[in-house]
Design a protein around this ligand. Sequence first.
Ligand code: 2BA
Length: 109
Amino acid sequence: MKLIVAVIQDKDSNRLSRALVKEGFRATKLASTGGFLRSGNTTFMIGVEDEQIEAALHVIRSNCKVRDQLVTPVTPMSGTTDSYMPMPVEVQVGGATVFVLPVERFEHF
Ligand code: 2BA
């Protein structure tokens, strides 16, 4: 068994929830915050049998979009702060950041 941990954008979370349920996967949704953008995102924990991993990844891939997001750095990337003018930069976020972890033991009471 494996635990899929998938960090996705909030905008995709309802669609992904519905798709996972429709395809028979069980999942837990956690509210999370990205370390870089410091804005909300959603983390899914999905417990799956080894042979279901590719099917689960397919559902995630099909329901999570890559988007460009403008972010204004709070501190200069380099140099001094004297003449610092915050300039928005564009970063590409998602579709999904996925970790697949081995599950040593699973109990469901
Ligand atoms: P954030 O940390 O808010 O990052 C949002 C996006 O900002 C990232 O998109 C990436 O394009 C950019 N970014 C992140 N750190 C950067 C840096 N040091 N310099 C320049 N650009 C940077 P994604 O890579 O698609 O990541 C989306 C979210 O997935 C992240 O939100 C974070 O919550 C999670 N994540 C990504 N990689 C992770 C990792 N190795 N471990 C844990 N969580 C991760």
